[in-house]
Design a protein around this ligand. Structure first.
Ligand SMILES: [Ca+2]
Length: 374
């Protein structure tokens, strides 16, 4: 084997850091460089920045790794529970407890196998001091009942400023159950950091309702982040054909799926009763045709001043990064970027350095970094 082929092979399997490959892209506000900082990740899904600047990354088949700044992948971290790696299922989001520097607690969510198929679960564990294993694992949420198939696990985790933790769910492809608050289908869940149900959750004490529920009537929420000024939770939701949405889920509110929406079934038939119903919330924004939005973040950094306060959204099917400019809680402009990258984009996070990091949803998935072109 020639040396160059050997290096390419080693790079492909993640054994060595890739050479810094970059391309320059002109966008509305900034000229940017798209740098591949790591490759060889199998369908990476969640990304959290450790205090030392390294990245904690999940791979959907059930692995969690630490990625060094030079792109080197650690061996898989031991102690990840068994996941259900079918369809959209597997090991999904990961985030750090706000006090991670002190307690080393990691929160992650996944498709948990169980009676009848699988459901979304959330666990916390301590990352060992050497970063090689998860310790004292505790499952703090387990979707009930489980369901077969591989559709709609939702699964973003966001800590609110009050220390409570949100988890987004999908309706497991069972759209007719998404209005039923006696089961876990198509909701945003809110828990104390230790897994207890907050006493002020909106459905606590309502007969038959699951007390973990914060909001309901969602389809499949794969993007979520706190607004940097208001601290409110914002979410991005996969709709049916022509019905992807941005929402601001408020306590106890019903976001309408599958009763109202602008979307249609993939075979073209209308869904539900129309676009409005009393007692059901309207989205902040929607996309028709659908784009398949996944992870999101708000940009607050110094590297791209023209993007401050904007939403960035990773897009799967239409393979792009969407930037939304906001005026208060209204979207006033949409820009579609990175269409030439040519990969499905799973997640986007602002790094502690103010650069923008993106996970590509590929079997040989990459971490991309957006930098200002200089
Ligand atoms: Ca809706």
């Amino acid at each position: 084997m020639k040396a160059s082929a050997a290096i390419a092979l080693l790079a492909a399997i993640g054994a060595i850091a890739p050479s810094a490959h970059a391309e320059t892209v002109r966008t509305e506000k900034h000229e940017i460089r798209v740098v591949t900082v790591a490759r060889g990740l199998e369908h990476p899904w969640g990304l959290a920045f450790l205090p030392d600047g390294r990245m904690l990354v999940t791979e959907r088949p059930g692995r969690m790794r630490i990625v060094a700044a030079n792109g080197q992948l650690s061996p898989p971290i031991a102690g990840v529970p068994e996941v259900y790696p079918r369809g959209q299922g597997g090991l999904l989001d990961v985030t750090l407890h706000p006090g991670f520097a002190r307690n080393r607690l990691v929160y992650f969510c996944y498709a948990e196998p169980g009676p009848g198929g699988a459901g979304t679960a959330m666990a916390l564990a301590r990352l060992s001091d050497d970063g090689t294993r998860l310790e004292n694992l505790k499952v703090i949420f387990s979707q009930q009942p489980k369901a077969g198939g591989g559709l709609h696990f939702g699964c973003r985790i966001v800590f609110a400023r009050d220390g409570r933790v949100f988890l987004t769910l999908g309706e497991r492809g069972q759209m007719d159950l998404a209005q039923d608050v006696s089961i876990h289908r198509g909701q945003v869940i809110r828990l104390e950091a230790d897994g207890r149900v907050p006493a002020d959750n909106p459905l606590v004490g309502r007969n038959g309702a699951r007390p973990e529920i914060w909001s309901y009537g969602h389809r499949n929420v794969q993007g979520a982040a706190l607004h940097p000024q208001t601290g409110k939770l914002w979410t991005v939701e996969h709709g049916p054909a022509g019905g992807d949405e941005v929402n601001i889920p408020l306590a106890g509110r019903n976001y309408g799926w599958p009763v109202i929406g602008i979307g249609r079934h993939y075979h073209g038939a209308p869904i539900g009763i129309g676009t409005h119903k009393a007692g059901m919330e309207q989205p902040v924004y929607n996309w028709n045709p659908a784009i398949a939005p996944a992870g999101m973040d708000f940009y607050t950094g110094d590297q791209f001043p023209g993007w401050r306060g904007n939403m960035l959204i990773a897009v799967l099917r239409q393979q792009m990064l969407v930037r939304l400019e906001l005026a208060g809680e209204k979207v006033v402009r949409e820009e579609r970027m990175l269409r030439d990258v040519g990969d499905r984009l799973r997640h986007v996070r602002q790094g502690p350095d103010g650069y923008v990091y993106i996970l590509t949803d590929e079997s040989n998935g990459r971490i991309l970094r957006l930098e200002p072109a200089r």
